[in-house]
Design a protein around this ligand. Structure first.
Ligand code: GDP
Ligand code: MG
Length: 170
């Protein structure tokens, strides 16, 4: 039996590594203001307990490099392979977008790719640093993954809600 896993996917710079580190609770992955830094898949075993139901889930959390990376060192093919592998292996996907940017063409392309896998997808909009951004997310419904959960990985907003949603996703 294969172990459950959740891969964090999304275009570069939306905050995947920051969110990964926030969920893991320590700084394991590389956070950077420039796109394309995370080249390898980074994996961490998680145990989460749902705050209401008390249900416990064990799974590996996987940080991936940004989809659609343009890399000066010509590693993009390898990175893409790693991402595809991570997505293919994962039990479920956390699709991360940036609440401040709204839906971008790259987000739509990633959504198309994710739909092909027919795996559970949790759509999360990061960088909702203020209540205003949290309450008024742009229309992410068009991505086709239902309601969006807004969080701020950097400022630790809605993390308990995200953890519960991950338990429910698996
Ligand atoms: P990745 O390329 O998707 O892995 O993104 P990173 O985790 O490396 O983050 C990219 C940039 O976004 C960094 O400068 C982070 O500090 C910043 N960032 C990440 N999460 C948040 C957030 O919740 N709010 C804000 N304002 N910035 C964030
Ligand atoms: Mg990263």
């Amino acid at each position: 039996m294969s172990y459950a896993s959740v891969a964090i996917v999304g275009r570069p710079n939306v905050g995947k590594s920051t969110l990964f580190n926030r969920l893991v609770g320590s700084r394991i992955s590389i956070e950077a203001p420039t796109a394309g830094v995370t080249r390898d898949r980074i994996l961490y075993p998680m145990v989460l307990e749902h705050s209401d139901s008390g249900k416990v889930k064990h799974f590996d959390l996987i940080d991936t490099g940004g989809i659609g990376i343009v890399d000066k060192q010509h590693l993009e093919v390898d990175v893409e392979k790693q991402i595809e592998f991570a997505i293919a292996q994962a039990s479920a996907l956390l699709f991360l977008v940036d609440v401040r940017d709204g839906v971008t063409p790259a987000d739509k392309e990633i959504a198309r790719r994710l739909r092909r896998y027919e795996k559970p997808v949790l759509l999360v909009a990061n960088k909702a640093d203020t209540a205003e951004l949290e309450d008024m997310p742009p229309s992410f419904h068009e991505l086709g993954f239902g309601d969006v959960l807004t969080v701020s990985a950097k400022h630790k907003r809605n993390m308990p809600e995200l953890e519960d949603a991950l338990v429910d996703l698996l």
